[in-house]
Design a protein around this ligand. Sequence first.
Ligand code: FPP
Length: 224
Amino acid sequence: MNPLKHVAIIMDGNGRWGLKNKNSRNAGHKAGLSTVEKIIKETIRNNIKFLTLYAFSTENWKRPKKEINFLFNLLENFLKEKIEDLNKQKIRLKIIGRKNFSNKLNNLLNLSEKKTSKNKRLQINLALNYGSKAELIYSFKELAKKKELINEKNIKKYLETKDMPDPDILIRTGNTKRLSNFLLWQIAYSEIFFEKKLWPDFNEKDYYKIIKKYKSTKRNFGNI
Ligand code: FPP
């Protein structure tokens, strides 16, 4: 059985779900947040130590302002309501991506990270204003600036994911097969699962099916 330490997820399909079911894209984001909570529980149940969720990409700024504001309000309210509970459950929250939001949100994110920084049961990496190419460019620039050798170990030193294993599994919901600038370096050997369901319809059973399939997959890492 393959060990499973890190799952990364592109939570796609909120907008389509919302339009189809409630005539509003934002209703889809709200429903998507309930799925996030279900998946966190199932991740803990399976004793997985890292969960990386793509919540907002560097490209998502192109969306209408109203939708962007809705998403960040949702996040703000979620953290205000749930950070104590996450902390009690020994969950660590880490933001990956550049925190260039309102002062209020930046402070809340910093506070949430600090409060939970010692927790070891599960680390949730929330990708916000994250883009893989920007992350890699930053790492290469650091190497050049410090005149360090360009090799795998050194490149990793300056990535947001420097302290964690690479994802074993990448899941993308929403019936779309693309990577959308997400963890391009880190998923070199990940098992990729494209799921037809839209994110709000995805549930713990679908997730567990993927976990089981992954565990019994033969992973070669270039060997035979
Ligand atoms: C992609 O669906 C989803 C997002 C850009 C946002 C993800 C946000 C959530 C799951 C809920 C909020 C989470 C937190 C942690 C506050 P899409 O809108 O691109 O869907 P579409 O492809 O159907 O348009």
